[in-house]
Design a protein around this ligand. Structure first.
Ligand SMILES: [Zn+2]
Length: 259
């Protein structure tokens, strides 16, 4: 109980939103169970955050109550580019990414989304991404805005990609390439990519520790390096203001292998 309480306090200290009584999208009991499950699953307490009533791990990956419960069940994970245990199933072929009107009102976010979709489609994967609204979607992802510079998303569940990416409107002050990078990164989480430097966030962030297995798994993708380098992957934890927005060679290897 003490540990759980400590996590909640730390989260509120780090992020002012989510502390007020009017900022809760999920009941407090649900939030507490998710955090409790994450701690039990071995996730480092300082990598669990609560914002706007939602719980995140690894700084930007949203965890639902259901997903946190799944984490407590035995999963095949290796000790050691990395993916979650869950991936997008073969019944999903066309993923429609639907921006909100708010999202569309930010020109660089909007342009970044087009380029991110192009990144995936240039790979000739079994998954095709389309900017919605569109028809015949076998899965949909809502592209929403949030405050700040950065983004958040979640991991696949039930064979479907995670249903939402949140992109910081502060990115309007950065290049379209940086927007492309962040949106490509968050879409990567929705289809099961962990951070390439998940085991040592200081590689891309300058500081920070190990995100751990996080209960969602951190399975090494064959053919990619087990060691991350700064600028070596779109899926590194942190990004810089001069990102190109393009895949690196190991990103391509990872995508080809998975999808
Ligand atoms: Zn991330």
């Amino acid at each position: 109980m003490f540990k759980r309480a400590a996590v909640l306090v730390a989260s509120c200290g780090a992020l002012l939103s989510g502390c007020g009584p009017d900022a809760q999208n999920a009941p407090q009991a649900e939030t507490e169970e998710i955090i409790s499950n994450l701690v039990e699953a071995g996730f480092p307490a300082d990598d669990i955050m609560v914002a706007d009533g939602l719980v995140y791990v690894g700084r930007d990956a949203h965890v639902t109550l259901e997903a946190s419960r799944e984490m407590l069940q035995p999963a095949e994970v290796s000790a050691e580019q990395y993916r979650t245990t869950n991936l997008v199933g073969t019944s999903v072929t066309k993923i429609c990414v639907n921006p909100t009107s708010q999202f569309n009102s930010y020109s660089r976010l909007s342009a970044g989304l087009d380029l991110a979709i192009e990144n995936y489609n240039s790979m000739g994967l079994r998954l095709t991404f389309v900017r919605g609204p569109a028809t015949d979607c076998t899965a949909s992802i809502s592209a929403r805005t949030t405050s700040g510079v950065g983004g958040s998303a979640g991991f696949p569940k039930g064979g479907k990609p995670y249903g939402t990416i949140n992109i910081g409107t502060g990115l309007q002050n950065y290049s379209v390439d940086v927007n492309e990078h962040v949106i490509t990164h968050e879409l990567g989480h929705t289809i099961g990519f962990r951070h390439s430097d998940y085991y040592d966030r200081s590689i891309s962030c300058g500081s920070g520790g190990n995100e751990g297995e996080a209960g969602v798994g951190a399975i090494h993708i064959p053919g990619t390096p087990t060691t991350a380098t700064r600028g070596g992957s779109v899926m590194n934890s942190c990004f810089s203001s001069n990102e190109s927005g393009e895949w690196t060679s190991s990103d391509r290897t990872a995508l080809d292998y998975l999808y």
